[in-house]
Design a protein. Structure first.
Length: 424
């Protein structure tokens, strides 16, 4: 299968050349490990200089991309030469009647990996500083010789890496949410704030606005006494002013503008203090609205639909509460939006947001995602599931959660009893 042709003196030149190439391959492999395994302390020692070797090594470390490109270019060229010479040596000494390609591959690969890769890298790992200084000057010479090819390789790789970085920087909201969920070093409160920031970026004004039926405003024809009563009762610092209907918003009344006129008679013309209203569409992004508030120094906006009908009201406080949670001050009434009956039963306001209910119940925020449609409140969720208005006492079940209407005001579901399954 293999026939020995006898020793040919000319093969000595091939063997000598192959040994030189194997040594260069070993030098490249050990240099790669040595230079890219240097500790910060070793790099500082090299930078301090003091010899020709340290000066050469310092210059190589100044441009690690070019250093790596030089090593890779030279190493690949040397390995190709080694394969060619090794194959020529084998063909000069032997005749292979069968499996010639297999024998060449096994022998040449074994010699190249052992002498040009494995042994040099193992040696370099134990003597990184020494190896780096040994080969600093030869590498400097090789860097100069293969500079055009190495520079082309570096520029090409930089262009490719920039494109990959641009793609990798496109992080979705879902990725951020998953990252927040996996955070273990933050407290529960910090995680809530982080989650609020993540969810905040993808929300529309209609999701956080105070609905139309909860708007407290003043009618343009009211006398000053009536206006004072509404201000005192509501405790708000800004009130929308409308004419005849809440759909016809005329402006905004700032309570601070009335302070100087607090003792005026009921016929005082408070209408002269009305400011221009700030109107926004209900599908406006919350992030855009916050920027508008900041730029225009506005704290309250009236939310309208595509027909111009008033749908709700949103304030700067509403936006901030999406991030940091409920904000209470001295004028707020300490009134919770739910009442706990027992460990499995709660009474919620119908206008309570679904997410707030799920947080109270300690359930997944996306539990009702498949059935809630565009509903944002518990009452809206029930209407979405039922596809019809529910009367007092009616109930329905979804995802093992039972909802029952306990109070109705007009055509509005006011109170809902929520029962969760017993997991004990």
């Amino acid at each position: 299968m293999i026939e020995y042709l006898g020793f040919n003196p000319d093969v000595l030149f091939l063997i000598a050349g192959d040994i030189v190439l194997l040594l260069m391959s070993g030098m490249m492999s050990s240099s790669e490990v040595a230079y890219f395994s240097l500790t910060p302390a070793e790099i500082r020692r090299i930078k301090r200089g003091g010899s020709v070797a340290t000066d050469a090594a310092s210059k190589l470390l100044d441009d690690p991309d070019m250093l790596l490109a030089t090593i890779l270019v030279v190493n690949n060229m040397v390995n190709i030469g080694t394969v060619v010479l090794s194959t020529q040596i084998l063909n000069t000494l032997f005749v292979f009647h069968r499996f010639e390609f297999l024998v060449h591959t096994v022998v040449v690969t074994f010699v190249l990996l052992l002498c040009g890769e494995v042994l040099p890298k193992v040696f370099a790992q134990g003597s990184t500083m020494r190896v780096a200084l040994w080969f600093a000057q030869p590498l400097s010479l090789l860097r100069w010789l293969v500079y055009p090819l190495s520079r082309t390789l570096v520029k090409t790789s930089n262009m490719a890496s920039e494109r990959l970085m641009q793609r990798s920087n496109e992080i979705s909201i879902e990725d951020l949410a998953d990252a927040v969920d996996m955070t273990t070093t933050s407290s529960t409160e910090e995680q809530k704030i982080l989650s609020g920031i993540v969810n905040f970026a993808d929300r529309e004004v209609e999701e956080i606005m105070r609905p139309r039926m909860d708007i407290v405003g003043v009618e343009q024809t009211m006398n000053f006494g009536q206006v004072r009563d509404i201000i005192t009762t509501s405790g708000y610092s800004r009130l929308p002013v409308y004419a005849e209907s809440i759909d016809n918003i005329k402006g905004t009344l700032f309570v601070k503008d009335l302070i100087a006129h607090a003792n005026r008679e009921e016929d005082f013309g408070w209408q002269s203090l009305i400011r221009e209203p700030y109107i926004v569409p209900m599908h406006k992004q919350v992030t855009d609205l916050l920027e508008d508030f900041r730029h225009d120094k506005v704290h309250m906006a009236i939310v309208v639909d595509e027909y111009g009908a008033t749908q709700g009201l949103v304030t700067l406080e509403d936006i901030l509460e999406e991030v940091v949670g409920e904000i209470s001050d001295e004028s707020d009434i300490d009134e919770s939006f739910y009442e706990r009956i027992d460990k499995n039963t709660y009474i919620f306001d119908g206008k309570t947001h679904i997410v707030d209910m799920l947080r109270v119940l300690q359930l997944d925020d996306e539990l009702f995602e498949d059935v809630q449609g565009r509903a944002e409140t518990i009452a809206g969720l029930m209407l979405e599931i039922k596809r019809n208005f529910l009367k007092k006492g009616e109930q329905l079940t979804s995802h093992s959660i039972r909802f029952m209407v306990t109070a109705v005001e007009g055509h509005r579901i006011d109170k809902i009893k929520v029962t969760i399954p017993n997991h004990d």
